[in-house]
Design a binder for this molecule. Structure first.
Ligand code: ADP
Ligand code: MG
Length: 260
């Protein structure tokens, strides 16, 4: 098995607070991996450390065995590590097709000399990209709404459009930030199918999520963090039964109830 992404002893502090504390875990190629933890556990910070938004204070980040610690976001993206956003960022005045088609530009700089080659070559390229876009739309069940304005769609579909836009960029690893947030039950069930579909396309998935139930049915492997530290790691069954995990979730739930 190929180790696609690896964190080795990664730490990140904000002032006196250790948001991520000596964290190590690996993501194997072809897997769906869950990174879970209660609110404030450090998930978003880990996310930002992987995508190059933050540089770790200590430790290493490796991609296919090579160190990429401290690489800038555009360099990380160029490696094929792509993220979705927790908030929807679609172009309101564009159709679903156009929104998703725009994602291809993220993949590679448009070749400036393409125009020089003349119309037929350019048109062939345009047709090829349109076909790729339509294929992704079909795979995500968005073919019927391809010509509709993106922002007029129900929330769950808008999130799927955003996912489609990330997929056409051809990532090797896609990191989903709380993808089930705000989805209803049916949408959430559909999301599971979508995630399996992404994996079946050969794309590795890292699912960052606070709701344990969301990751239980889809992941091959789960890493649990609390207070920036790894408290458990394993498959869904092992995680569910792990006393440290139960304690972390119940403890925090109690805190929230006690809060004013
Ligand atoms: P999660 O995503 O699991 O809810 P975060 O990574 O957002 O957790 O936060 C982990 C801890 O780090 C929290 O205590 C949070 O308040 C703190 N934190 C996160 N980002 C910053 C920041 N930019 N500045 C200061 N503290 C931060
Ligand atoms: Mg977060």
């Amino acid at each position: 098995m190929t180790r696609l992404l690896e964190l080795r002893g990664v730490s990140k502090s904000f002032g006196g607070l250790r948001a991520v504390d000596d964290l190590s875990f690996a993501v194997e190629e072809g897997h769906i991996v869950g990174l879970i933890g209660p609110n404030g556990a450090g998930k978003s910070t880990v996310f930002n450390l992987i995508t190059g938004v933050y540089r770790p204070d200590a430790g290493q980040v490796l991609w296919r065995g090579r160190e990429i610690t401290g690489a800038a976001p555009h360099a990380v993206a160029a490696l094929g590590i792509r993220r979705t956003f927790q908030t929807i960022r679609l172009f309101g005045e564009m159709t679903v097709f156009e929104n998703v088609r725009a994602g291809i530009h993220l993949r590679a700089r448009q070749r400036w000399w393409q125009g020089v080659l003349g119309l037929p070559a350019q048109r062939r390229e345009e047709e090829r990209l349109a076909a790729e876009t339509r294929a992704v739309l079909a795979r995500l069940g968005l073919a019927d709404v391809a010509d509709k304005p993106a922002t007029g769609l129900p929330y769950g579909l808008q999130r799927r459009v955003e996912l489609a836009r990330t997929l056409v960029a051809g990532p090797a690893l896609i990191i989903l930030d709380e993808p089930a947030a705000g989805l209803n039950e049916a949408e959430s069930a559909a999301l599971n199918e979508t995630i399996f579909g992404i994996r079946d396309q050969g794309i590795t998935v890292l699912l960052v999520e606070h709701d344990m139930n969301v990751v239980m049915n889809v992941t091959d492997h789960i890493v649990v963090i609390n207070f920036g530290r790894k408290i458990a790691e394993g498959n869904a069954g092992a995680i569910r039964a792990d006393p440290a995990v139960v304690e972390a979730y119940l403890g925090r739930a109690g805190d929230e109830e006690a809060a004013p």
